[in-house]
Design a protein around this ligand. Structure first.
Ligand code: ZN
Length: 455
């Protein structure tokens, strides 16, 4: 009975102990497992957001590239339109020069015609004057002729009588002869006058003929000049119609130019929008990167910490590959100037893929991602904390061969080189991260910690 009681007491103690042990296990699992699980979820979530953003940025960049190549294309079109307009403008310039030359030629002809018309007017006046003088001469001649005829008729009518009368009325013969002579002289004078006038009239007639000849010649010149002017006018109107054709071509091309320009303006606006969107997303990505860095910073050792003895951290990093290699892209930027916070290591001869990479220093794996996703460009990657505030990162692996919490030794194989994430070819992206006094992490030049023994 007492034994049985003893046995049952022992049993109940074991049961209590077992229950207590179970409780401790549950509690400890709650205490240790739960925060770790939520922290990993936090990193996964951050990485997921980062990847999503990266994809969006990539898509925007592709669209931006398309827009920019379209802008380039349209700018080419615009340039060719501009040179077409230049050609048309120089053509118009040539035509305008020709037209202005023709205008001065035509003006010259017009002045010539005006001058000749003035000369003709002058000749007309001279002809008028000549005619007036001829008229005058004719009437003088008429008068003289009439006077002479009158006198002759008088003499005839009176006949001898008159001569006799002169004779009888003359006191003496000498007086008679004198009177006869005067009579005769008067007749002679009239005849001479008529001769003079006839001569003058002939001269005037000659003059008029000459003037008319000159006038005819000048009129001929005017006809010639007017014909020339008509020819010039025709050429001018030809040139003007050519100019009108060029101008309509120009306005057509200018309309096309405006169309292309407005397309370019629209594309520029699109481009600006894409750029702004990319900038905004990149800032967001940087913020996420800071959060991821903060996560890594919060999960590793701090500066001045003494590394766990199991890490066997000897304070001197080893080159992360054990074959002839070279650096294809250095720290802190690519050749195009974009940032690059690590170094890219390739095998000499170009057969990097599938080759092993190793821990640069002993430590504990704090991140190991082997899901084949983008992982903000790293692809499959891992981070080792070396217990002294330094960490190393290995990216683009085809296979990460370690897991979180695993302690690795310096030189130990941790994965194989591949081409996951943001790569153009297989290589190992290697980073060294150092904790700052403020708890943040700096991605420093790996070559300050380790050098390529194969270089
Ligand atoms: Zn890299």
């Amino acid at each position: 009975m007492s034994l049985k009681t003893e046995k049952s007491r022992k049993k109940s103690i074991i049961r209590i102990l077992a229950a207590a042990l179970a409780l401790v296990c549950v509690l400890s699992s709650l205490l240790y497992s739960a925060p770790k699980a939520s922290a990993d979820e936090e990193l996964d979530d951050l990485q997921q957001q980062y990847d999503d953003l990266e994809k969006k940025i990539q898509k925007n960049k592709e669209e931006l590239n398309e827009v920019q190549s379209e802008i380039k294309d349209k700018t080419k079109t615009l340039n060719s339109i501009n040179s077409e307009i230049d050609d048309i403008n120089s053509q118009i310039g040539i035509l305008e020069n020709r037209i202005s030359t023709l205008n001065s030629d035509i003006a010259g002809k017009e002045t010539n015609i005006e001058n000749i018309e003035g000369e003709i007017e002058n000749i007309n006046k001279q002809i008028e004057e000549t005619n007036a003088r001829m008229e005058e001469t004719r009437s003088t001649m008429q008068d003289t002729r009439e006077r002479l005829m009158g006198r002759i008729r008088e003499n005839y009518m009176n006949g001898e009588t008159s001569t006799l009368e002169i004779l009888f009325t003359s006191d003496d013969l000498s007086t008679y002869f004198a009177r006869m002579e005067i009579m005769q002289r008067v007749s002679e004078n009239d005849t001479a006058l008529i001769d003079d006038l006839t001569e003058k009239l002939e001269q005037l007639d000659e003059m008029e003929k000459e003037l008319n000849e000159q006038k005819t010649e000048l009129e001929g010149k005017i006809v010639e000049l007017e014909e020339q002017k008509v020819a010039l006018d025709e050429r001018k109107s030809d040139l003007q119609s050519s100019r009108a054709t060029e101008q309509s071509k120009k306005s057509e091309v200018t309309a096309k130019k405006q169309q292309v320009q407005s397309i370019i303006n629209e594309l520029d606006r699109d481009s600006d929008e894409y750029k702004a969107e990319i900038k905004r997303q990149q800032a967001e990505k940087e913020e996420l990167s800071r959060q991821i860095d903060a996560y890594i910073a919060a999960h590793g050792s701090s500066l001045g910490d003494t590394p766990n003895a199991t890490y066997e951290n000897d304070g001197k990093m080893a080159w992360p590959v054990k074959f002839e290699s070279y650096i294809s892209a250095g720290y802190p930027s690519y050749s195009d100037g974009s940032p690059h916070w690590g170094i890219d290591i390739c095998a000499k001869g170009g057969n990097s893929r599938g080759r092993a990479f190793n821990a640069a220093q002993g430590g504990e794996v704090i991140i190991a991602v082997n899901d084949g996703n983008w992982n903000y460009g790293f692809g499959n990657y891992c981070v080792i904390d070396h217990g002294d505030g330094t960490q190393t990162l290995y990216a683009h692996s085809d296979n990460i061969q370690v897991s979180v919490g695993q302690v690795v030794k310096k030189g130990q194989q941790i994965g194989i080189i591949g081409a996951t994430g943001n790569v153009t070819g297989p290589h190992l992206h290697f980073e060294v991260r150092v904790k700052n006094a403020d708890g943040g992490v700096s991605r420093v030049n790996p070559l300050s910690y380790v050098s390529n023994p194969y270089a």
